[in-house]
Design a protein around this ligand. Structure first.
Ligand code: UT7
Length: 317
């Protein structure tokens, strides 16, 4: 038994931070950010935690799916920016919802929403669950270095959720990891042990932009081609590609290398920036709200980021 996506939900903070606002913090400007990244504005939390945003997105997904919270058998959350190492964001969502099912977090950075889907597939295959709530939730502003113009202009906060129920909508996925911390790293506080001699690196997002860029373009091309080949499909069979929203130029490059019309890629980075694990479920929910998604359509999700990890999956809507 596999699953289908029964409903999606999203939440972004009300507080809009424009590129002009960012230019008051670091030496940057609206023209550079739009041209090099594709971001026009982002939402940044003025009080919501990652767990709060996850909860609000979950409520919306439950409502849209017509699923009562008591029906949920498992909660899976992806986040790199939860407030606490423990309890996990998933445990806090379980608490806020007032339900009793198991709940845990997965960390696969920006690719994590697809890792969540694949993890959920295992629970469905074993007949352990009938309904699963999955959420990507990020308060990246907690781990953004607001003195580093090469990273802070890129990211935003938000959450996206989906309720999964038994069905045959989830078709296949590819997951890839090239482990290492030299390209993207988000260090934790190293602790106060007087014995530990390791270096304390600033606990913010550190990223080598150009190397990440190349990894992103090659991952999209490699992962999506691998998936289509395995399922004996062509690009004509795919209604939409929903990529992780990291940089509009990454999508432009990938589209031209794959010879796929740019219009097949859904993009909302202009309004939210890069919300890491939340970017794909936010995009899916927006597409659904706009009436773009029809039952039976094939949707291809593709993501890449810290780890380094990348993933792609095929969903029949
Ligand atoms: O979600 C996780 C995955 N993340 C990604 O996929 C991100 C991938 N990487 C990128 O999106 C891009 O590499 C960045 C947006 C991070 C950077 O864009 P870039 O076109 O690769 O710029 P660059 O690092 O090559 O820098 C070009 C110039 C530099 O100035 P000089 O040395 O040529 O004088 C930078 O100092 O742009 C400068 N620069 C900026 N200028 C104005 C860097 N950041 C800024 C800025 N405003 N915010």
């Amino acid at each position: 038994m596999s699953f289908s996506i029964l409903g999606t939900g999203m939440y972004v903070p009300d507080h809009v931070v424009t590129n002009d606002d960012m230019s008051k913090l670091v030496d940057t400007n609206d023209e550079w950010i739009r041209r090099r990244v594709g971001v026009g504005e982002r939402r940044l939390s003025t009080g919501e935690t990652a767990a709060d945003m996850a909860y609000f997105a979950a409520l919306r997904a439950l409502e849209k799916s017509g699923c009562a919270k008591e029906e949920i058998d498992l909660i899976l959350v992806a986040s790199v920016s939860g407030e606490d190492i423990s309890p996990s964001v998933a445990c806090m969502v379980q608490n806020k919802l007032g339900v009793t099912c198991p709940a845990f977090d997965i960390n696969a950075a920006c690719s994590a929403f697809i890792f969540l889907l694949e993890t959920a597939a295992g629970f469905f295959a074993r007949g352990k669950v009938k309904k699963v709530l999955i959420i990507g939730a990020e308060r990246l502003s907690r781990i953004m270095d607001f003195t580093d113009r090469s990273t802070c202009v890129i990211f935003g906060d938000g959450a996206g959720a989906a309720v999964l129920g038994e069905g045959d909508g989830y078709m296949d996925a590819v997951l890839h990891v090239k482990g290492g911390d030299d390209v993207i790293k988000i260090p934790q506080f190293q602790g106060m042990s007087p014995y530990f001699k390791g270096e304390q690196i600033k606990p913010y997002i550190h990223m080598k932009g150009q190397e990440t860029f190349k990894f992103a373009v090659s991952s999209i091309c490699h992962d999506t081609k691998e998936l289509l080949q395995r399922e004996s499909l062509t690009w004509d069979d795919i209604a939409y590609i929903v990529p992780h929203q990291a940089n509009r130029r990454i999508i432009d490059f990938a589209a031209s290398m794959l010879k796929v019309p740019k219009e097949k890629f859904y993009l909302n980075i202009e309004r939210y920036g890069n919300t890491s694990s939340a970017s794909i479920p936010i995009a899916l929910d927006e597409m659904d709200q706009k009436g773009m998604l029809q039952r039976g359509q094939l949707i291809l999700l593709t993501a890449f980021g810290g780890g380094l990890a990348s993933a792609a999956c095929l969903v029949r809507w």
